[in-house]
Design a protein around this ligand. Structure first.
Ligand code: ADP
Ligand code: MG
Length: 266
């Protein structure tokens, strides 16, 4: 089953600026995908169209086989949850609890179910002790987990994380890895935008590369990071260990220390 399908999708902001130009992609249900590319490439704009926060100017978007243009944003966001790049764009409640509960209340869920979901999402996002805290009294790095918890609580089939690693320390990165693993393990489709190549390589295999409003690459990470023409076009660098393997004229496709060591030992 396809979770998300874009056919020749183009988007322009109100001022006429075209931010996404004729992109097509298919993401299967249960897949884990990273979207990378320079600032301004159009990544956030593209994913916001997946749950109806933005609507394409032309082209077709299918969500689980249904035409997204015929669905409200509220209906789409039950299937596709989006965690904003900037937590400040998402958080507006006075406590972590009410922030996580907000969408569930909006959907008129039973009180017991709301409590169950908020507690579980808070646990998963390491916020169990912060439920009564005002999100704005928490550091930025933890506020990001509040926004992740809100989306986790919705239990949507697709979870989109927009730059989750910004401002995170090692423990934050580890928690995010756990959350991604957990979501993926429970059959969810996980889409992450990230500029953190180490994080991407550690957590994802399929990588979509955007540059200048378009998709310029969509392949396994081992291919992406050895495609010099593509890296050049998208202004991306090889991971250091791949650069080293390249300098030593070792076999291509080495991108992790493990790859390197196992090649070195043979
Ligand atoms: N509300 C807006 N109005 C006009 N242009 C915008 C708006 N939001 C983003 N853009 C422009 O659209 C382009 C793509 O932005 P975005 O999708 O946020 O890129 P990315 O997430 O890859 O950094 C950028 O040039 C950005 O300046
Ligand atoms: Mg962005």
């Amino acid at each position: 089953m396809d979770a998300i399908r874009f056919e020749h999708v183009t988007f322009a902001y109100d001022n006429g600026f075209v931010a996404v130009d004729d992109i097509s992609l298919t993401i299967r249900s249960g897949e884990k995908v990273a979207i990378i590319g320079q600032n301004g490439a159009g990544k956030t704009t593209a994913v916001k169209m997946m749950n109806g926060l933005l609507r394409p100017k032309s082209g077709k978007i299918m969500v689980f086989g249904e035409d997204a243009s015929k669905k409200t944003t509220a209906t789409l966001s039950k299937k596709v949850g989006y965690v904003f790049q900037n937590p400040g764009d998402q958080i507006f409640n006075q406590s972590v609890y009410s922030e996580i509960a907000y969408s569930l209340r909006y959907l008129r869920m039973q009180q017991e179910e709301i409590e169950r979901r908020v507690t579980e999402a808070a646990q998963i996002c390491h916020l169990a002790d912060d439920l009564q805290t005002n999100p704005y009294d928490l550091p930025f790095s933890i506020r990001k987990f509040v926004t992740i918890a809100s989306v986790v609580a919705m239990d949507a089939d697709v979870v989109i994380l927009d730059e989750p690693t910004a401002g995170q320390d090692l423990l934050g990165l580890l928690y995010q890895k756990e959350i991604i693993e957990r979501l993926h393990g429970s059959g969810k489709t996980v889409i992450t935008i990230s500029h953190d190549m180490e994080f991407v390589i550690e957590n994802f295999d399929r990588i979509i590369v955007m540059a200048d409003k378009k998709i310029v690459g969509d392949a396994h990470k081992q291919e992406i990071f050895w495609d010099f023409e593509l890296l050049d076009k998208a202004a991306l660098k090889q991971p250091v260990v791949a650069q080293l393997a390249n300098r030593l004229e070792m076999k291509r496709n080495i991108i992790t220390i493990d790859d390197f060591v196992s090649e070195y030992e043979t």
